[in-house]
Design a protein around this ligand. Structure first.
Ligand SMILES: Cc1cc2nc3c(=O)[nH]c(=O)nc-3n(C[C@H](O)[C@H](O)[C@H](O)COP(=O)(O)O)c2cc1C
Length: 325
């Protein structure tokens, strides 16, 4: 399948694996890139810029295909060493960066000077337009269904994608809630040039996370995610578990009086316990509603090929039949 996104990133299939904390290690990114998609290493999961430089080098040993690095600009008490991480990306020869969270405007000149293509992930048309204005090459339009941070507007992709298509000139991929071929076709029909998936890629053979995480996603239905931290203006969609239900109760009880310290136990430092140790009740971790559509743990290659091949079949057969005379 050829789209503006496959051309832009020089990849075979219009399928991107979004940055994921404690999932987007070299093994994940390389597996997706080797499958013909675009794999992405999560920059801030690496504790220092030196660690990121090593992770990039490791990924290069596992694939000779293009891959990217995610840089997330989220509110943090002490800002990470962003210039250091950027240096690791530039010196590592990475040519694609996925930015997310706050605007990457301050860093755009450095990316451009290094010949790096920037795809900014955002949850609203106004932020997508800002990304276009500041020189991003593409955007990942992340609907309300998504795992992780859906923003505060709550617009699902059925509305958000056609709205983005109305306004944007740069290409965009559909992100959030996507896991199968039907959804790729729908995304293309709504103006997207491809898809970005997070949760679906966690339930793959190569995802470097504990088997319990993969099984939890396979077992979960579309009803099993919760939105947390809304009153802190930092809404996150997570998979429910005992810790998340405690968190949700605390949020309901404290309302607008909730402070970050009240929920720290359920959200700080929990990713390694969940993703590496498989302690599924250790706290809140991002997961999308698409869990309800995930029922197997294929290799990345099988997954990407299934999505793209079935999408082509849907277009040629089911859709073409509606318009054929
Ligand atoms: C476990 C997990 C961790 C994530 N961590 C990040 C992150 O660190 N930075 C980021 O930009 N997006 C992060 N995301 C969001 C994904 O990149 C992607 O946008 C999202 O998962 C798409 O929605 P989906 O899960 O419905 O496919 C994360 C998602 C998941 C599921």
């Amino acid at each position: 399948m050829k789209t503006k996104i496959t051309e832009l990133f020089n990849i075979e299939h219009p399928v991107i694996q979004g940055g994921m904390h404690y999932v987007g290690f070299a093994e994940m990114a390389a597996a997706v890139s080797n499958a013909g998609g675009l794999g992405i290493i999560t920059g801030l999961t690496q504790k220092t810029p030196e660690d990121l430089a090593r992770e990039i080098a490791r990924c290069k040993e596992m694939t000779d295909k293009p891959f990217g690095v995610n840089l997330t600009f989220l509110p943090a008490f002490t800002a990470p060493d962003y210039p250091g991480y950027m240096k690791a990306i530039i010196e590592g020869g990475v040519k694609i960066v996925e930015t997310a969270g706050r605007s990457p405007e301050a860093y755009m000149p450095y990316f451009k000077e290094a010949g790096i293509k920037v795809i900014h992930k955002c949850t609203s048309v106004r932020h997508a337009l800002k990304a276009e204005r500041i020189g991003c090459d593409a955007v990942s339009v992340d609907g309300f269904e998504c795992g992780g941070h859906p923003g505060e507007d709550d617009i699902p992709n059925m509305i958000l994608l056609p709205r983005a298509a109305e306004e944007l000139s740069i290409p965009f991929v559909a992100s959030g809630g996507i896991g199968n071929a039907q959804q790729l076709v729908a995304a293309l029909a709504m103006g997207a040039e491809g898809i970005n998936m997070g949760t679906r890629f966690i339930a793959t053979k190569e995802a470097p996370v504990h088997e319990n995480v993969k099984q939890a996603i396979v077992q979960a239905s579309e009803l099993d995610t919760r939105l947390v931290m809304r009153s802190l203006n930092n809404t996150e969609r997570v998979l429910t578990n005992a810790a998340v239900e405690r968190l949700v109760e605390k949020e309901a009880a404290l309302g607008d009086k909730l402070k970050f310290e009240d929920i720290q136990e359920q959200v700080v430092g929990v990713y390694p316990k969940i993703m590496i140790d498989g302690e599924m009740d250790a706290g809140a971790f991002s997961c999308g509603m698409v869990a309800g559509l995930i029922s197997d743990i294929p290799s990345c290659k099988d997954l990407v090929e299934r999505i793209v091949n079935d999408a082509e079949r849907i277009i040629h057969n089911r859709l073409a039949a509606f318009v054929s005379k």
